[in-house]
Design a protein. Structure first.
Length: 278
């Protein structure tokens, strides 16, 4: 059994909890505890305290990609040499930007607001992941997800500075967590910048003998065209996914459309909620 508690999301209903634009998930299985993303600030730590969760029990911390709203909060985590390993892609710490709306404005920084050498012990406990990596029994990371669909193009408004040049960010640093459960695979995503269907197709390549049971996280469909959204929903059906939990950057219109077409398969949730998966 897998329990996933939303420590940070863009919305909140429960009194005493905080919300911010970002994502942080606390993932518990029978044997493991994983912190997946840390939001922008220390909101996830404050919410965890309110929910009675001890995040220092984490055996691993996964930063899904190098944007401030997914890894900024790591600066507040009490890291120790003997504490959890931190997993992110080596390109996650590169300077990242969002394209300015006009040439007179500077590009808006959207990267991680810290360097490895600014956080105590971080350089000693980091594992850089660039492929598919087992981090524990039944828990895997998949990174460098290729774009293979014709309806999930690279977002040209996201930029990265590499080799002293600012260029379109293909988001090679995005990684997802794959959990093998009784009913199949649970895929945990941060923002799905490479495209949620590209991600699921890539996961299926490595775990072709198991069905994808559930997907949870940000799906970056807020500004998706109606055609892209419909093709995404159609692929969810074709893949036989039985649980979709859209969070963060998915967009309310996309969530509403998915809920209309997929019914109880789609579960809406926000900060403080816990999703249980078998």
């Amino acid at each position: 059994m897998l329990q996933i508690t939303l420590l940070t999301d863009d919305s909140v209903r429960k009194r005493g909890l905080l919300a911010e634009h970002g994502l942080s998930l606390w993932i518990e299985s029978d044997r493991h505890k994983i912190l997946f993303d840390t939001g922008q600030t220390d909101v996830y730590l404050k919410n965890a305290q309110m929910l009675g969760l001890d995040l220092e029990q984490a055996q691993a911390i996964v930063i899904s990609h190098g944007h401030y709203d997914h890894g900024g909060g790591l600066a507040w985590f009490p890291l120790r040499k003997s504490g959890p390993r931190v997993y992110f892609h080596p390109e996650a710490t590169l300077p990242k930007f969002s394209l300015a709306k006009n040439l007179e404005e500077p590009h808006r920084p959207v990267g991680l607001p810290w360097r490895i050498d600014q956080i105590k012990h971080l350089d000693q406990i980091v594992t850089h992941n660039t492929s598919t990596l087992a981090i524990a029994d039944n828990l895997y990371l998949c990174a460098e997800i290729p774009v293979v669909t014709d309806f999930e193009p690279v977002n040209t408004s996201l930029l990265v500075e590499k080799n002293d040049q600012v260029q379109v960010d293909a988001m090679h640093d995005e990684q997802v967590l794959v959990c093998t459960c009784k009913k199949g695979l649970v895929v945990v995503v941060g923002c799905s910048h490479p495209g949620i269907i590209n991600i699921l197709k890539y996961v299926h390549l490595f775990f072709s003998e198991q069905p994808i049971h559930a997907v949870i996280g940000g799906m970056h469909l807020e500004n998706a065209s109606p055609i892209r959204l419909q093709q995404t929903i159609d692929y969810f059906r074709q893949m036989g996914i039985t649980k979709v939990v859209p969070l963060h950057c998915t967009g309310s219109q996309a969530v509403w459309t998915m809920k209309q077409q997929l019914g109880d398969v789609v579960v809406t949730a926000c900060t403080g909620d816990t999703i249980t998966l078998d």
